[in-house]
Structures are given as C-alpha cells and as structure tokens.
Ligand binder design. Structure first.
Ligand SMILES: Cc1cc2nc3c(=O)[nH]c(=O)nc-3n(C[C@H](O)[C@H](O)[C@H](O)COP(=O)(O)O)c2cc1C
Length: 389
C-alpha cells in the first residue's frame, strides 16, 4: 500500500491533543505575508519581487485561479498512489523543489537545509548555479537522495564543463538548463534598495570553489574578493547563445537534459529537435519578463506540441495542492515548487521546508481523492473548466 500523504492532517490533529499546533500556516499562500513581516526588506524583496510592476506574477496566479476543478463522486479512492516516473527517475509524488539561488539570505543553513528536507521526503532537490553552498557540500547533506543540477549557461565554456563534471561526480542526475536569464531583468524591488547579493559574493559558491573559474583570476578569491565578484559578473550570463549551441551541453552531459523557461510551443519543438529530454514551462516566477504570458496559460500549448516527445514540467505560481492538480490536468508530468519552500526555509529552516512539502502534498493527495482520482495519471484536462472573466 502506497504512503498516503493526506495522513499528515491526522498527525497535525493528533499533535493538537497535546496542545501543539503547526508552527507555520497550513495555507501556504499565507507564507509570503508572514515572511514580509519577519525577515529583512532586502532578502524579502529579492525573493518576493518580480520583473517590472509584478504583472507576470499576478498573471501566473490568475491563470491558475481561472481554471476550476470539477470533482467526480463514487469512484473508490480509498487506495491512492502519487508516485510518478519522470525522466527515468521514480519519484514518490509529482513534485520537485525548483532551483532557487542565494538561499543563505533566507537562513544560515541555506541550500543544505532545503536539500535535507527534500531528501527526507524523497522529493528531488534542484540545486541552483547561484547557490550559496558548494555543490559537493549540498550533495553530502543529501546522502544518495535524488538531486538535479540547474545550470546558468555562462560565457566560459571551461567553467561550464567543469560545473557539469563536478555535478555528475557529486551525484546530480538531471541537468536543468535555465534559458530565460541570460541577463537580469528590471526588478524594481531590488533596484530601489540597490540590493544584489552577488556583489557581496553571496550566491557564488560553485564559482569560487571551481578550478576553471579560479584559473581566470590573478589572485586567489580570498586575497581579492572584489576581482572575483567582477569576474563572476562577467561570465555569469551569455545572451548570445542560440539553439545549435545546445550540442555542447549534450556532448558534456550524459544524463537527461531539461530546458527551463520555455513558453512558446515552437521553442518546445526546437528543444525536442535538439535532442533534449524535457522542458520546464516557466516564466521564472514572473521575475524575468514583465507582461509575459502566464506560465499556466502557456502549459497546454506546449504540452500539445511536444507532450509525446518530451517530458513537460511546470512552475511559476504553484502555491497549493489544487495548483498541482491543475498543472497535471493540463499536461505537466511534475511541478516545481519555488517561493513557498523558500519562505518555509526563511521562517523555520529545514523544518519549515519539511512543513511546506508535506502540507502541499497532503493537500494534493486530498484534492486528488476528493475529485475522484487515485493516481496522478488519471487526471485529465476534462477535470477542469475555465471560468469566464
Ligand atoms: C529568489 C528566487 C531565486 C531564484 N533563483 C533561480 C535560479 O538560481 N535558477 C533558476 O533556474 N531559477 C531560479 N528561480 C526561479 C525558480 O526556479 C522558479 O522558476 C520560480 O520560483 C517559480 O515561480 P514561483 O516561485 O512564483 O512559483 C528563482 C526564484 C526565486 C523566487
């Protein structure tokens, strides 16, 4: 019998008999407001903020809200199994933690704490290129649990090659290449505070520990940290890449490769033609292009174009169990959870991330059951209606 994630609610109620209540809200949409109150304006602005006036973030939520689930009755949902096969990996549920950089601005235990929480639940942790903890250290914190590596594909091929080699050696199984951030977008919440953690050498841990990166420095990082930061800024992004360049990554990574930030069906087709294994339909949580199409509105078009050729993943706006349900209904195999786990980390470290993962999956399990389904594969587009606005 598969684990029932929904049982987390009984654990909470039983703990309540001793007077204990959860330390964080179980409605995960409330975490942002709580974080705004408890953490400093720089870090909170960096995490909660988006591109321009925030219109893409609002569109992400609105698109998910507009679709409504139509529950079915009397369909024997007593036994349920949330497990899915994704990119040749067996996952206990259709969820992974999205790559999020500079987690040390939220909590001193940073990436290692989030990775440990993910490992404890069997959920893949996708480690950002802009991590504040070196990849080998995060890998060590996870034992042999499932981990994927996210690449910001910069200007220096030697550094890229070195990152891929290190990630493989440290047990990262899937490469997630983020395409939507060759440049940093216009982000007023950060700009108004002149807040950019990288300038203080935060979020540069993979680079500063990398032999190929260090080879480009005149002095060791600790002797001239400013020069190291400038070198990092010079090679971090590369707005000149084009589709044929993907062959380089294919040549240097022998596992699955997923392109993150795909919104147009034609780009998804190009990804398939380039021999990629999957795409993440994502607008980076509304952090890159203001006025962009909502990721959830882009999802069905991408899934229709390449669903039979590529594994389609989804993020941007996922906050609740019913959001997970809706994403699966419109063609995602698995969703990536972003800001909510970062707020959980900021508010309560590893335990906070644990709470967020378990709450989300409990709510998803219950939504699945109460809508008349026993497995993620059973959910289809016919389970949703679109509200007219
Ligand atoms: C503070 C922050 C930092 C992020 N850093 C990265 C990153 O380093 N690499 C990456 O591919 N995506 C990054 N993302 C984007 C997430 O992977 C994901 O696409 C996004 O959070 C989804 O939107 P949502 O959190 O609103 O659901 C970041 C997002 C946030 C909020």
């Amino acid at each position: 019998m598969a684990k029932h994630w929904a049982d987390f609610q009984y654990e909470i109620y039983l703990n309540g008999m001793t007077g204990a209540v959860p330390r964080l809200p179980t409605d995960l949409t409330r975490l942002e407001e709580l974080t705004e109150r408890r953490l400093g304006p720089g870090p909170v602005g960096y995490v909660a903020g988006g591109a321009g006036d925030g219109s893409t973030m609002r569109a992400n939520r609105a698109a998910l809200e507009r679709r409504r689930i139509v529950p079915r009755m009397l369909r024997d949902v007593g036994e349920r199994d949330l497990a899915v096969e994704v990119l040749g990996r067996s996952l206990p549920a259709p969820l992974a933690l999205a790559p999020v950089g500079v987690l040390s601005i939220m909590h001193p235990d940073a990436e290692s704490a989030a990775a440990r929480a993910a490992a404890a639940q069997g959920v893949p942790f996708i480690l950002s290129s802009a991590s504040s903890t070196p990849m080998e250290q995060v890998a060590e914190a996870m034992g042999d649990a499932e981990r994927w590596f996210q690449l910001y594909w910069g200007r220096d091929r030697e550094v890229t090659k070195s990152f891929l080699g290190r990630a493989r050696a440290a047990g990262f199984s899937v490469l997630v290449v983020t395409l939507d951030t060759p440049l940093l977008s216009w982000r007023p919440r950060d700009l108004d505070q002149a807040y950019l953690p990288f300038l203080n050498g935060v979020g540069t841990a993979h680079y500063f520990t990398d032999p190929a990166f260090r080879a480009g420095l005149a002095k060791p990082v600790h002797e001239d940290p400013n020069a190291a930061v400038l070198h990092f800024l010079g090679l971090f992004g590369n707005p000149s890449h084009t589709w044929p360049d993907l062959a380089f990554l294919r040549d240097h990574w022998d596992g699955p490769i997923v392109l993150k930030g795909v919104l147009h069906p034609d780009d998804a087709r190009l990804a398939a033609d380039a021999g990629m294994d999957g795409v993440v339909v994502s607008n980076h949580g509304g952090r890159q292009v203001a006025g962009s199409v909502a990721a959830f509105d882009a999802l069905p078009r991408v899934a229709e174009a390449v669903g039979d050729r590529l594994t389609v993943l989804f993020d941007s706006g996922v906050r609740t169990g019913d959001d997970v349900f809706k994403a699966l209904a419109l063609g995602a195999r698995t969703v990536l959870l972003g800001r909510p786990y970062v707020y959980g980390l900021g508010l309560d470290g590893q335990a906070g991330v644990d709470h967020v993962i378990r709450s989300l999956l409990a709510e998803f399990d219950l939504t699945l059951a109460l809508s008349g389904h026993s497995t993620p594969a059973a959910i289809t587009a016919a389970d949703l209606v679109e509200e007219s606005v």
